[in-house]
Design a protein around this ligand. Structure first.
Ligand SMILES: [Fe+2]
Length: 340
């Protein structure tokens, strides 16, 4: 397994927080942790950080579907003429055709952003310059030069609206339930569809239906516990981005310790497993294409609260085994229960 750098071809790799391909644009740092060439064209994922006042102009994508999760600070997000101040843990789903942009409203704002079904994630390289540093420079927010925008439009799935970010007429309302279809939406931290499986709380931020089947995204929160069984998937790629606590992952026989900001890419066919190692551990998974939702519905039950229980809930591994033939799940130690 490749560690410490992007591989340039679709294969398993691990990055510590800060590692990846870095570009400076408009005074902000884009750290690319998955490019098209690293994911076999499935997605691009980046961590964007910057200071208060840093902006990205209004634009839309014809095909590319975008989503973001705020990690630190505050982010004023503009969607189709409305805006909302997002806090850490807040999520936005941004389908093709949505006019969007942002202004960073906290002194150190940082968010995770991903694009599927297109090349829009290449915009940070197109609008910026390769950058050696690991944090954005201290000399205040810069401006993205207008002259660079046509170049990005010519080579990527992005169209700038030409309008300025300005105080919106209305606030984006957050939804506490995922929309049925592929419309733009914002979730406050903790909202989404919650399921309980053993000692872990799974929160869907995006269903298959929200992305036209391009991806699903969910957080997994739980206490330190047992290692899940070794397994692989034949048809979908999984990614793991640690948000809180710490965890151990195994992929292709290599063991890695994951802290917040660390990222593991697990393409189809890679044997992998994980274990949560801190009393409160939380990670986000972006899974593409979006076909693995039925696994979570088999293993878990609906759950109303926003934190996992002290006493583990049901873990319906029996239902997983019943439906194994229709799930994209290959257990390596077939039928063995999770081990400690
Ligand atoms: Fe997996």
């Amino acid at each position: 397994m490749i560690t410490g750098k992007l591989p340039g071809t679709k294969q398993p790799y691990f990055l510590k927080a800060g590692e990846g391909e870095r570009h400076l644009f408009g005074g902000q740092l884009a750290t690319l942790i998955a490019r098209s060439e690293d994911s076999g064209g499935l997605f691009q994922i980046a961590v964007i950080s910057g200071g208060k006042g840093a902006t990205f102009p209004l634009h839309s994508h014809a095909k590319s579907r975008e989503a973001l999760l705020v990690l630190d600070g505050r982010l004023e997000l503009f969607l189709n003429g409305e805006a909302r101040l997002l806090s850490p843990g807040d999520f936005a789903g941004i389908p093709p055709g949505t006019v969007h942009g942002y202004r960073m409203a906290g002194y150190r704002t940082r968010f995770l952003v991903w694009n599927v079904n297109g090349d829009a994630g290449g915009v940070y390289a197109a609008l910026g310059n390769p950058y050696e540093g690991f944090v954005y420079p201290p000399d205040g927010p810069g401006v993205i030069a207008e002259s660079l925008l046509p170049k990005a439009e010519a080579s990527l799935d992005i169209r700038f609206s030409g309008e300025q970010l300005r105080p919106p007429e209305s606030c984006i309302s957050a939804t506490d339930e995922l929309p049925k279809g592929a419309s733009p939406y914002v979730l406050e931290s903790g909202d989404g569809e919650r399921l309980i499986g053993g000692d872990s709380l799974f929160t869907f931020l995006a269903h298959q239906g929200n992305s036209g089947g391009d991806f699903i995204s969910l957080t997994t929160q739980g206490p330190n516990g047992a290692r899940i069984p070794n397994h692989y998937h034949e048809r979908h790629t999984e990614t793991f981005f640690c948000l809180d606590g710490c965890m151990t992952m195994w992929a292709e026989g290599l063991e890695v310790a994951m802290a917040p900001g660390d990222f593991l890419h697990v393409p189809a066919g890679t044997i992998h497993s994980f274990r949560l190692d801190a009393p409160y551990t939380n990670f986000i998974g972006i899974l593409a294409p979006g076909l693995f939702e039925p696994f979570f519905r088999a293993m878990c039950d609906p759950y109303e609260p926003y934190i996992f229980p002290q006493k583990p809930g049901p873990l319906r591994f029996d239902r997983v085994m019943q439906r194994l033939h229709e799930l994209d799940l290959k257990l390596v130690d077939q039928g063995r229960p999770p081990q400690g």
